[in-house]
Design a protein. Structure first.
Length: 134
């Protein structure tokens, strides 16, 4: 199975909610982020993707590394994503750009009305909920 290396962000807004994005032509909501380029440190890849997709200018060194997670890729059949996940607390307003078609802020409650990428559903949101209750 082909593995896609990505860096993604668990963005926490001032109100405690987290931001999910949906790429153009897809159905599943997921963390903002994207593919890590050859030789690129994961935190830099995450910061680059946030700038491209949402207009966020973030300091990679301020991101808290949360761990490495693997899941079935949401938009590339037969592929798996290997994700380096970082937490960032933000107070900027996102400006969807590049391939981002839709954004949504969610809290730790019910998100069953959204189609979620496997990584977001199985790894990231349970971690987010645990962080919110600790």
């Amino acid at each position: 199975m082909k593995v896609i290396r990505i860096a993604a962000a668990l963005l926490i807004g001032a109100d405690g909610r987290t931001l999910l994005v949906r790429k153009r032509g897809t159905q599943a909501f997921m963390q903002p982020g994207g593919k890590i380029e050859a030789g690129e440190p994961p935190a830099l890849a995450m910061a680059r993707e946030l700038a491209e997709e949402l207009g966020f200018l973030v300091e990679p060194g301020k991101a808290q590394f949360l761990g490495e997670f693997t899941a079935e890729a949401a938009n590339e059949p037969g592929c798996e994503v290997n994700c380096q996940l970082f937490r960032l607390d933000i107070d900027q307003a996102p400006e969807p750009a590049a391939e981002i078609e839709e954004i949504v802020w969610v809290d730790a409650g019910d998100v069953s009305h959204l189609e979620l990428a496997p990584l977001t559903r199985d790894s990231v949101l349970p971690l987010y909920r645990a962080l919110q209750t600790s």
